[in-house]
Design a protein around this ligand. Structure first.
Ligand code: MN
Length: 344
């Protein structure tokens, strides 16, 4: 190959790398195995078995061993209960039977602590390693049994098994906790513990995004890509019309970073009921308002506004059209990147 040709090929590769690297970086902080651990945990915690089966296949294709996946599913019983863990293991058993001739790697077996180990002291050491301090508090004086089980069982029996690194175990835990409702306090603790195992902010952002992907068992389905209104949206949205008679109600889902243009509902106005994820609503000339599941927004007629997802999280709301005589929607300019990028 001539020097000139080598140079031009190198330059082409550099340009391709710069383009794809820059384009995907925000979503690819985790390696493929870690991303699969986060997805497997999220679907297991949410009980979305159909999606879990697909991801178990992808995880094995991505190089996770059979025992690493078993270990993720076993550990999850400590965070989302035996029912979710057993359903996940049952799905995995089916997948391994279907892939018998694929020669998937079995991997290392989990270890058992030697008889006579002081498990309470062992678990305490692991907790200190993960949290940076001895875990104590009123709750553990109120119910000492839970402190005993956390230390002797979760942080000794389970963590001592090896197979996964502590960082991989925290990826599984953060993803599972972020996929359930009402576990914010534990999620925040585990984000900190994850950082202590070496997880970086962009890796945590990717886990939270994975956990926020809509699940098949959610009350309102995501619906089809919202192609009819795509020209009034930045990013991909999905529309599921729930009823078109009397009062029109649709479930609208926004991928991370997706939002609609500034617009005005003439005559009728609109009501939003947030069902999933985290997003924003903003009226012209006012600060953007952060939205969470259960929030209700009354949008009066004739008010210029937009709504959409936060940058790293999927977001869904019901959109209810307030009935009116001859109501219309006037679509205006896009929300500028400059304005949107100020939002977290
Ligand atoms: Mn609107």
């Amino acid at each position: 190959m001539s020097l000139k040709r080598i140079l031009s090929v190198s330059l082409l590769l550099l340009v391709v790398n710069l383009f794809t690297g820059g384009f995907c970086m925000a979503k690819e902080a985790l390696n493929k195995k870690e991303a699969s651990i986060a997805k497997i945990s999220s679907y297991t915690a949410a009980g979305d078995i159909e999606s879990l089966e697909k991801e178990l296949n992808t995880g094995l294709d991505n190089g996770l061993t059979v025992n690493e996946i078993k270990e993720v599913l076993v550990q999850l019983y400590a965070y989302c209960g035996f029912p979710r863990s057993l359903n996940g293991l049952s799905a995995f058993m089916k997948v391994t039977e279907e892939r018998k001739d694929k020669n998937d790697k079995t991997g290392d077996e989990g270890k058992i602590l030697p008889a006579g180990t002081d498990k309470f002291a062992y678990g305490d050491r692991v907790q200190v390693e993960l949290t940076g301090d001895h875990v104590k508090g009123k709750l553990f004086e109120f119910a000492p049994a839970i402190d005993q089980y956390l230390k002797e069982h979760l942080f000794a029996d389970i963590f001592a098994r090896g197979v996964l690194t502590n960082k991989e175990r925290e990826i599984a835990t953060i993803s599972a906790l972020a996929s359930m409702q009402g576990t914010d306090s534990q999620l925040n603790s585990h984000i900190q513990m994850g950082k202590n195992t070496g997880l970086k902010d962009d890796e945590i952002a990717e886990i939270l995004e994975i956990a926020s992907v809509p699940k098949l068992n959610e009350m309102f389905k995501k619906g089809a890509p919202n192609t009819a209104y795509a020209k009034y949206f930045t990013g991909q949205s999905y529309l599921n019309p729930l009823t078109t008679e009397g009062v029109k109600i649709s479930n609208v889902t926004f991928e991370p970073g997706c939002r609609n243009n500034w617009h005005i509902h003439h005559k009728g106005g609109q009501i939003l009921i947030v069902t999933q994820g985290r997003g924003y609503y903003q009226e012209w000339g006012k600060p953007a308002q952060e939205l969470h599941p259960g929030d209700v927004v009354n949008i009066p007629a004739e008010v210029k506004h937009w709504h959409g997802a936060a940058p790293d999280i999927w977001f869904s709301h019901l959109a209810i059209e307030v009935p009116s005589d001859g109501g219309t929607t006037e679509w205006l300019e896009e929300v500028s990147n400059k304005d949107y990028e100020q939002l977290k």
